[in-house]
Design a protein around this ligand. Sequence first.
Ligand code: ADP
Ligand code: MG
Length: 605
Amino acid sequence: MLKRFIAYYKPHKKMFALDMLASLFISLIGMVYPIVTNQMLNDLIPNRLYKQIVIAGAVVLVLYILRMLLRYFVQYYGHLVGVKMQKQMRSDLFAHLEKLPYSFFDNHETGSIMTRLTSDLFEVSELAHHGPENIILSVISIVLSFSYLATINIWLTIIIFVCAPILCFVASLMRKKMRAAFKESRAAVAEINDALESSISGIRVTKAFTNSDKEEEKFEVGNTMFVNARNKAYKAMGIFHSTTTFVTDIFNVIVLLAGGIFLYNEQIVFADYSAFIVSTNLFLGPVTTLINFMEQYQNGVTGFERFLEIIDAVPEKDDEDAEDVDKLEGHIEFKNVTYGYDDESDVLDNVSLNIEKGKTYALVGPSGGGKTTICHLIPHFYNIEQGEIFLDGKEIHKITMESLRRNIGIVQQDVYLFNSSIKENILYGRLDATDEEVYEAAKRANIHDYVMTLENGYDTVVGERGVKLSGGQKQRIAIAGIIALRPDVIIFDESTAMLDPKGRADVLDTIEKLNREYGTTILHITHYMEEAIRADRVIVIDGGKIKLDGTPREVFTHVETVKAAGLDVPQITELMLEARRDGIDLPADALDYMEGADAVEKLLK
Ligand code: ADP
Ligand code: MG
């Protein structure tokens, strides 16, 4: 861990060395005052050397002015180095986050991740800059002060230095308690941020349900938890500070007493005695610094540990022999795929599918059946362990994720728009698309006319997650983004769910055009009969299994499944009649499941 921490100093070696040097001078200058005092008491004053007294004063003053400048340098540049290291860690963390798989974000809340990127790293940078300064300089000061004190009186010096290990022992004992308490408080902060994230994002829901009281209550619980955790941390801190300062106070008492006894026995002269008392701070100063530093050290180390936790999370990685694909034909095949998000239960159960290139597929079935999961496996968002998925006959692991995802467009079930302009959101699919292409895509997604009615047109900012747009408008913008990207395979995950019947018909036209004009393979998850009917093939998914896979006519004569899929009855009836007319065999009991079966029966006769 230390090695990884030190690596972050590398780019700032020079500045850091200067910073250290400046700090070294600061502590050396700190030693001057007691030394000069010593000289005054022992030499200059008794010998009435007025001129030297004035010179000594002037020297101290000049040195203090120098120290002021050095302090400015250390404060300013030291922190700057710290914050630059913090920047680097934050960049590394963010870059790493971008590489982590879907599953990581399924299991880590935004608030916690934010805490790590902000306050945790702040503590780390504080440690980065104050840490070495404190450790190295304190150690140097302690050694120097020992040598200096020893010249005044070796026995007194030995006495206080022998006591030092006791202080260290007490401090490290306290530190352990503090460490545990700080870790807990850090976790509490992260948890609070999660809760806050969730509450603030959901504030509209809260208002709609007039549940502010409940939210406040929930918040209070978290807030109290935070106080409790901090309570423990502060308690540990209080004990730590009071006992360690008490121990240093004892040092002063020891010097006072032992020195007094020495003086009484005439083993030390008065001037040395007083000089020693003044100089004890030379030793106690750095010792106190070291002790206080432990707290900062604790914060920083905890922060860095939490930083490493994410940095060490396993990123998505292409197989060694994975190859880039330039274009996809769009032939997708699932072979005995069994998948579960966790070890406990399988969401997909031995799924085999053959999706031919250039055709349109409607994926239907009850909610929670596994439709979205199937679609998320195709761009390799999750890793499957059982079974295989092929694209154009190539096993999915043998294709780089980058090139795979570039060629597969997916309009997610919950559309996410970035808080930027409409144009930027459409461009997100393909950053190098021209304005013309953006407009064209928007026209195809039937959003262009609406955008033109806006005062700022395509530059209109959509608000956080696109709150300033209706659900249908958001879906259309997402669809426009995919059209601009023009991938070889497009997945629409309930992309028409928020549209009115006219809007749905428009989008369906768009989908069919994409398929006809560019030969795009299309998977369309839908709950609407009229959409499913128009697909080349319909796949019914229920309980993680493929229940049916065929042409709309073949599938929709299996009434039971259709009803489970939530499709409406009159349209099924019509399809069945048509099927009957065309001489397709209907399942014998098909009609038994239908509402209005009598009417159908009559018609059939
Ligand atoms: P559908 O799209 O057909 O409604 P999904 O594929 O979204 O269904 O979900 C199938 C099952 O997988 C559901 O039981 C759901 O609870 C579960 N599931 C979906 N996403 C996750 C996830 N990220 N982590 C854990 N379980 C999930
Ligand atoms: Mg879904």
